[in-house]
Design a protein around this ligand. Structure first.
Ligand SMILES: *[C@@H]1O[C@H](CO)[C@@H](O)[C@H](O)[C@H]1NC(C)=O
Length: 398
């Protein structure tokens, strides 16, 4: 009895010391996390759990010069297939009916040649805890689902756009756009790209792709390859890049979220990317002559018959009390086009068989704050009927 009584406290005190040490370590970790963002222990554990779901066990990993970690994930085990609608989805490694001629040629590499996943796996930028913290912050600002191009203020964060709209039937579109790095504050974003959309406003189906300095997701101010989708007007489905299940990655060398490090120079050399969103059974994302992956048709109830809207342009997000960031090159089209303003060129509509030029009278430029940002059409080099220019300095109270 006595012996037992003697032993127990000893064990207890040993355990107690261990426990204290553990608490100290945990507190230390939490404390260092809290240094850069205020998150509770509970939120931290929840984020750890989310990261385990989003980031599947890699076959191989790489680290880029920008500190991004790129994982090679078994194509069949990627996060996309956690989506309930994609449980029995049959992966397609490339489009079936898109002409092979559209896949010919070379593409400018985003990464060193040695960064390539083994066959059977795909390259996916690893989501970090910092990304989730940013996404959470965005949610707190009422931006968990980004307001579509025709919506405005949410919880003190305002949005502004300058776009060209095409309101005719299509199965996607492609374009060539110059790439910029608009300067932003940590609470702002400035992006540009193509939107394909269809359906009633409250349930709008949207697929977007382009470039952006998107500081609600990435904490740095680099220009990155960006995509977004929603199947219900931003209510419950959709997200950026790989943050939620949806986008099926098939490429072994190009990942969404990669840094675009060739940036156009004002009054100097222009750096372009080619982007397409083209339906061929599924909604494929084309980058130059490469198909990065696709958004399965199943995610878009209102797009089985194609879409009735294409929008090209730029958008910015900014707290209403800060001067809004620049869009595009930071210069208005009216202040000079050649090598000065942001553009979309060689723009074509995909009709599921061919790429066709949009009828110029179906293209409508607009902006919600023409004193800060504008969009403009100009005749292109034949046979391309129109080039689109957009952008502006911002610095407005939105
Ligand atoms: C991006 O951030 C870096 C480091 O904070 C800064 O030096 C640079 O000027 C920023 N660039 C732009 C375009 O805002």
């Amino acid at each position: 009895m006595t012996t037992r009584f003697m032993i127990l406290p000893t064990r207890r005190s040993r355990n107690f010391v261990l426990l204290l040490m553990l608490i100290q370590i945990m507190f230390g970790l939490l404390h260092s996390v809290q240094d850069w963002q205020t998150i509770s222990e509970e939120e931290n554990l929840e984020m750890e759990r989310q990261l385990k779901v989003i980031n599947k066990p890699p076959i191989k990993s790489f680290k880029t010069d920008y500190g991004d970690i790129l994982d090679c994930i078994d194509v069949y085990k990627q996060h996309a297939f956690d989506h309930p609608l994609l449980k029995d989805h049959k992966v397609q490694m490339e489009p079936k009916n898109i002409p092979k001629s559209m896949m010919e040629g070379k593409f400018p590499r985003l990464l060193p040649k040695n960064i390539k996943c083994p066959p059977g796996s795909v390259l996916i930028r690893r989501t970090t805890k910092e990304d989730l913290v940013m996404a959470k912050k965005m949610k707190a600002l009422g931006l968990n689902h980004r307001p579509s191009f025709h919506l405005r203020t949410t919880n003190g964060v305002a949005k502004s756009f300058a776009t060209v709209h095409y309101g005719k039937h299509n199965f996607g579109a492609k374009t060539r756009m110059n790439v910029w790095t608009p300067s932003t504050l940590p609470s702002q974003s400035s992006m540009a790209g193509i939107w394909i959309a269809n359906g009633p406003r409250e349930d709008l189906n949207i697929i977007e792709a382009g470039w952006g300095v998107f500081r609600f997701l990435f904490s740095d101010n680099r220009t990155r390859l960006l995509s977004y989708w929603t199947g219900d007007g931003h209510k419950t489905t959709g997200c950026y890049n790989y943050l939620c299940p949806g986008f099926v990655q098939v490429h072994r060398e190009i990942s969404l979220g990669l840094v675009l490090d060739h940036i156009s120079v004002y009054n100097g050399a222009q750096s372009d990317i080619e982007i397409g969103i083209l339906r061929d059974g599924e909604w494929w994302l084309k980058y130059f002559n490469q198909f990065i992956g696709y958004w399965p048709q199943k995610l878009f109830f209102y797009m089985y018959g194609g879409a009735n809207n294409v929008v090209w342009g730029g958008s910015v997000l900014s707290p209403a009390n800060q001067p809004s960031p620049p869009m595009g090159s930071g210069h208005f089209p009216k202040d000079g086009l050649q090598n000065k303003a942001a553009y979309f060129k060689d723009t074509q509509i995909w009709n599921e068989v061919n790429l066709i030029y949009p009828e110029p009278n179906q293209l409508v430029p607009s902006s919600d704050r023409s004193d800060c940002y504008e969009a403009k059409l100009t005749p292109g080099v034949a046979p391309n009927p129109m080039d689109f220019y957009y952008g502006g300095p911002g610095q407005c109270a939105l």
